[in-house]
Write a protein that binds this ligand. Structure first.
Ligand code: ATP
Ligand code: MG
Length: 218
């Protein structure tokens, strides 16, 4: 069991919406306030899960269908929870995770048609009680998000091809956006939709306001 004060916060949303930027900023703000905080990400977050991440995101990985994807994301998540998330929460740290199970719900479920009953069963077996206290769904115009993600790759001279998901067509990304909004609506007790437009500081202020409201931070 985690100490009552340890919180589990996830960031969700489409490509380039600002999840990683805002997850970093929130972790830094909490740490500055003296809250022990662990920043992690999915897919990944543990040595095994990072290996699965490389496979899942590599454009050279052959298409294997949404069900096989959901199983791979879930295998990575099981290890990430056991190796990183649960131990951190048990030690009293807050955990901020850049993407989590809602991404599987939306990419493989809503957009990929993996039945909800299958995803329910996987979540039950893998996540169990380790559910997020707060999920920040960063919502953003699809074209703007993809442009940001593209600009980031160019700036970092990263491999200049989009990953296996980012490279999908515009309709796919519009479906994802709607999927995240629907998911937030269906889970209002833990989800807050954050407008991802404006400066990083503007968005960070919205995130902080939501965290204060939902988690009762002073
Ligand atoms: N509010 C903002 N205004 C302008 N640019 C931003 C803003 N927030 C983030 N960026 C930039 O946009 C790019 C994408 O942001 P970020 O990597 O945080 O998004 P993401 O949601 O994590 O993307 P991905 O889905 O690819 O992981 C980065 O280069 C980042 O510096
Ligand atoms: Mg990111």
């Amino acid at each position: 069991m985690s100490p009552a004060s340890a919180k589990f916060i996830t960031f969700e949303g489409g490509e380039g919406s600002g999840k990683s930027t805002q997850a970093r900023r929130l972790a830094a703000r909490l740490q500055k306030d003296g809250v022990p905080t662990v920043l992690t990400r999915e897919p990944g977050g543990s040595p095994f899960a990072e290996r699965v991440r490389a496979l899942l995101l590599d454009p050279a990985t052959p298409a294997h269908g949404p069900l096989a994807e959901a199983l791979l994301f879930s295998a990575a998540r099981a290890d990430h929870l056991n190796v990183a998330i649960r131990p951190a929460l048990a030690a009293g740290a807050w955990v901020i995770c850049d993407r989590f199970a809602d991404s599987t719900r939306v990419y493989q479920g809503y957009a990929g048609n993996v039945p909800a009953a299958v995803l329910d069963a996987l979540e039950h077996a893998i996540i169990g009680e380790t559910r997020p206290d707060l999920t920040l769904v960063v919502d953003m115009d699809v074209g703007e998000g993809l442009a940001r993600a593209h600009a980031r790759r160019v700036a970092k001279t990263e491999r200049n091809d989009a990953d296996r998901f980012e490279g999908r067509d515009r309709t796919f990304h519009e479906t994802l956006r709607q999927g995240f909004l629907d998911l937030a609506k269906a889970n209002p007790q833990r989800c807050v939709v954050i407008d991802g437009s404006g400066s990083e500081e503007d968005v960070a202020a919205r995130v902080w306001g939501a965290a204060q409201r939902v988690l009762g931070i002073a």
